[in-house]
Write a protein that binds this ligand. Structure first.
Ligand code: MN
Ligand code: MN
Length: 468
């Protein structure tokens, strides 16, 4: 019988082989907008500022100001955001949520960062890294300084240094190999101590001979001249070092993108694009995007996925839509909802294939990844989605011709990780991880395929059409 083999055997599909020329062109075109987003949104706040502007330009209204609006959003503490397009059915019958995180591993400045090195008389900044990084990857690479300083009178000063062509960049210098004998004997994990991750900030001293630590003082003079800030203002600042420069095509065929923060801004961009395309008239269920903060440090705090803002937003949605919004209604809505925990997964790295089991791993260019469970040591700490939900999701992706693949995070007992899936699942909704495969996750420059970027966008778009 013709087609029996195709029916019986599961094989991943290479997007570039299976797609039409038109679709391949769409994937390439889609990547241009994404690269610009990734180049311009390197911090949580920058991502929120960008998102707020895009939502405003696309007729979304802040929930607090809305009266019967069908496109609404709320930003919490300038760090997290929920947005929705209200569908035709009552919200209490359940909503479809795509939930990426918008924080990214980075190197924060300490609260009291500036000092003058007594031996070299260099002006230095102390740092405290954020998220699970391999420290050595961040040494001797150009970094840009991004962030905000909130002055005592409440004035907010934005700082971005290192992104323009003629901006200076910052470096945490690693040790030269010639004198690295002791360092090279260490485990990679211990090769760089966190106390060695200080960044060189300045080197010219103030010329007044009466000033102690004249290089540090001159750095403060410059900061005051340029930004009107003092050393004491730095104590309440959020300043972050991130890899300098723009996201770029990689590969001779330009089929991939190298950039900082694909984890998880690739899922943020694609989910936002999918939400913008959602139409009240066309979608029976309400479509929601949830950008959470602090995933890389455990989803804690009042902007992390564990906070009550998600439930709060659902409550506000019910109220705005003129529905019952008591505790019962909110809980029923959550129980009836379905959620894609939109996060990246580790694609097989051709240089390190042994950490994966190839038949259960993500392969770059072969579609958006569906991940049933994450976790460590026997699925510990994972959401482990239900069969019923996965089957329906795959049926939908097949019907809508989304290029998808199933992928676990590494081979059993190799390590593991978690996502926000389990924090959202506690509310009773069906949740599954679904996102883009990444090479070199948490490195200063990560790689994704334009095919998977586009497939992720398509997956989120059609998910918003999914009924229960
Ligand atoms: Mn992630
Ligand atoms: Mn991560």
């Amino acid at each position: 019988m013709k087609g029996t083999k195709e029916k019986l055997i599961y094989e991943k599909t290479n997007f570039w082989k299976a797609s039409s020329e038109k679709e391949k062109k769409e994937a390439f075109d889609f990547a241009e907008g994404y690269k610009s987003f990734l180049s311009n949104c390197k911090t949580v706040r920058e991502t929120i500022n960008y998102t707020r502007e895009v939502l405003n330009n696309n007729n979304f209204v802040e929930m607090s100001k809305s009266a019967n609006d069908k496109r609404v959003f709320t930003v919490y503490h300038n760090k997290s955001m929920l947005a929705a397009v209200i569908g035709n059915k009552p919200i209490m019958e359940g909503v479809n949520v795509v939930a990426p995180h918008i924080d990214t591993p980075r190197v924060d400045l300490k609260q009291n960062p500036l000092y003058e090195d007594s031996i070299t008389s260099l002006g230095m900044m102390r740092t405290h890294y954020y998220g699970g990084i391999k420290k050595y990857q961040w040494m001797s690479t150009p970094l840009a300084l991004h962030g905000v300083v909130i002055k005592r009178d409440g004035e907010l000063v934005n700082i971005t240094i290192g992104e323009e062509e003629d901006d200076p960049v910052f470096i945490m210098p690693d040790l030269l190999p010639h004198l690295g004998a002791d360092q090279l004997k260490k485990n990679v994990k211990d090769a760089i101590d966190a106390s060695q991750m200080n960044v060189i900030f300045t080197s010219i001293p103030h010329l007044d001979n009466g000033v102690k630590e004249a290089v540090k003082y001159q750095a403060l003079v410059l900061l005051h001249e340029r930004y009107g800030i003092t050393e004491s203002d730095l104590l309440s600042a959020e300043l972050e070092l991130v890899p300098a420069g723009k996201a770029r095509d990689t590969g001779l065929d330009r089929s991939m993108i190298a950039g900082y923060g694909h984890d998880d801004r690739v899922c943020a961009y694609t989910s936002l694009k999918a939400l913008l395309a959602a139409k009240s008239g066309k979608h029976s269920r309400t479509s929601v995007v949830f950008f959470s903060d602090k995933e890389e440090v455990g989803s804690e705090g009042n902007t992390g996925a564990r906070s009550s803002q998600f439930v709060d937003f659902i409550c506000e949605l019910l109220k705005t839509n003129g529905e019952q919004y008591d505790s019962y209604a909110v809980r029923k809505t959550l129980m009836n909802s379905q959620i894609l925990s939109a996060d990246v997964n580790a694609a097989i790295n051709p240089n390190f294939p042994s950490v994966h089991e190839k038949d259960n791993a993500v392969i770059m260019g072969q579609g958006v990844s569906i991940t049933k469970f994450t976790g460590v040591r026997g699925k510990g700490g994972s959401n482990d989605a239900h069969s019923e939900f996965i089957a329906k999701l795959i049926r939908l992706f097949d019907k809508e011709q989304v290029n998808w693949q199933l992928g676990a995070l590494g081979k059993v007992d190799q390590g593991g990780g978690g996502t926000i899936a389990k924090f959202l699942a506690v509310h009773g909704a069906d949740v599954i991880d679904c996102g883009t495969g990444v090479l070199g996750m948490h490195a200063p420059y990560e790689i994704i395929s334009k095919a998977d970027l586009y497939s992720t966008y398509k997956a989120y778009s059609v998910f918003y059409l999914k009924d229960k």
